[in-house]
Design a binder for this molecule. Structure first.
Ligand code: AMP
Length: 396
């Protein structure tokens, strides 16, 4: 399912390549300028490979939410400038997406040259995956290369639609995501230890459900753990809880038992009197948190158990922090798990978003095998869903 062709499996020599990138870069609110060029820099290896192999690259991306209209503040022009600086060659910026300017520039584009289309979301047809729009976009090129993992869970014209008109393969960024996340969930080196955390259990139920079928153990921390303790009749004070999920979490526990999957919850927690760093942290058993106290981190005994489990792993997938790691007094659980994941010999795969932010904050990002670039996409990937932007690629 995840064994897809990449740019290296096809001949791009002399071809026009429509390259879907993720140039949805963060912008400084005051200056309107790019705040972090990380996503642009990440796109360079695929682009350089294509240019070196004599392809003409027509890059495209969405950027923000212009809601189907041409709005100058959502123009990709400054991305073209940044890209040009990093590639050390001109990047021709089109004035539109599928209009006269773009099509004329694309028609004249020579092998080894690169241009950038305007923001695909300047057309409402992009998110509607309109076939006519996709066809027009595809008509500029001979091949489609998808390298925007963060968007593959969406069937949009530039992520899926164009594949109906062009042979579609992955770029290097997408290939790495497929290799690592796909590898971890389809043929992991065992034991496969999954670590799930974050605020809401409802966001992670689908992942838990899929991981119950494939993981050897599942570690649950963060705010989502307390719905489990309440469901089992514990007292959790003011800790996060989703009462409408009490039954679902009990079912998860039962299923884990039936399948022989080890489900680890934090035996103790560190709590404070309010959601703040200006409180006195106190440790309690997680099923006996007094009224007025809110659990904001896993406790020392939980850390020891979790770390021992992580040390045995052959493969680790991690999504969601163990507590409110943004507060210094409640960061230790997440820090300890981050260090354990970083220091063990397992293949480690971290979903985007908060757990990625955590390993960077704690300075161990370099020791992680793979940090996903797509939060939502990596979660849906781990849920075992078929992602439209992956399914549409040619099988290897
Ligand atoms: P999510 O987006 O669901 O992965 O949640 C991430 C957020 O959950 C982070 O901002 C954490 O601060 C927060 N979080 C983790 N543990 C807790 C907790 N015990 N209580 C409240 N918030 C939490």
């Amino acid at each position: 399912m995840y064994n897809k062709k990449s740019v290296k499996d096809i001949d791009v020599n002399g071809k026009k390549v429509l390259l879907r990138c993720d140039f949805n870069v963060p912008i400084d609110k005051e200056t309107g300028k790019i705040r972090d060029e990380g996503r642009i820099i990440a796109a360079i290896p695929t682009i350089e490979y294509l240019l070196k192999n004599n392809a003409a690259v027509i890059a495209c991306s969405h950027f923000g939410r212009p809601k189907g209209e041409f709005k100058p503040e959502f123009s990709l022009a400054q991305v073209a400038e940044s890209l040009s600086k990093h590639l050390n060659k001109p990047v021709k910026m089109a004035k539109d997406v599928i209009g006269e300017d773009a099509t004329a520039l694309a028609a004249q584009l020579k092998p080894g040259e690169i241009m950038l289309l305007e923001n695909t979301r300047f057309h409402a047809e992009e998110e509607k995956n309109d076939p006519e729009f996709a066809k027009k976009l595809a008509s500029m090129a001979d091949v489609f290369v998808s390298d925007a993992f963060g968007s593959v869970h969406r069937a949009h014209a530039s992520t899926e639609g164009v594949s109906h008109y062009l042979p579609a393969v992955s770029g290097f960024l997408l290939k790495e995501e497929l290799d690592y996340i796909g590898g971890a969930i389809s043929s992991p080196k065992r034991p496969l230890v999954a670590i799930l955390g974050g605020a809401k259990v409802s966001d992670k139920l689908a992942v838990i459900s899929n991981l119950l079928k494939i993981a050897d153990s599942i570690i649950i921390g963060g705010g989502m753990a307390y719905t489990f303790f309440k469901a089992e009749g514990g007292t959790i004070g003011n800790s996060l809880c989703e009462d409408e999920q009490l039954e679902s979490v009990l079912k998860c526990k039962e299923e884990a038992k039936e399948r022989g999957v080890k489900l680890l919850l934090p035996v103790d927690s560190i709590a404070g009197a309010e959601f703040s760093n200006d409180v006195e942290p106190k440790t309690f058993d997680s099923n006996a948190i007094p009224d007025g106290m809110m659990a904001m981190d896993i406790g020392p005994r939980a850390v020891a158990e979790f770390v021992a489990e992580i040390e045995k792993a052959g493969t680790i997938v991690w999504n969601g922090p163990m507590g409110v790691f943004e507060f210094s007094k409640f960061a230790e659980g997440t820090r300890a798990v981050a260090n354990a994941v970083a220091n063990c010999d397992a293949v480690s795969v971290i979903g985007g978003g908060d757990s990625a932010a955590a390993v960077r904050k704690f300075g161990v990002a370099e020791k992680i095998s793979h940090i996903s670039t797509g939060g939502g996409a990596s979660l849906e990937f781990m849920e075992g869903k078929i992602l439209p932007g992956i399914a549409c690629l040619l099988d290897a």
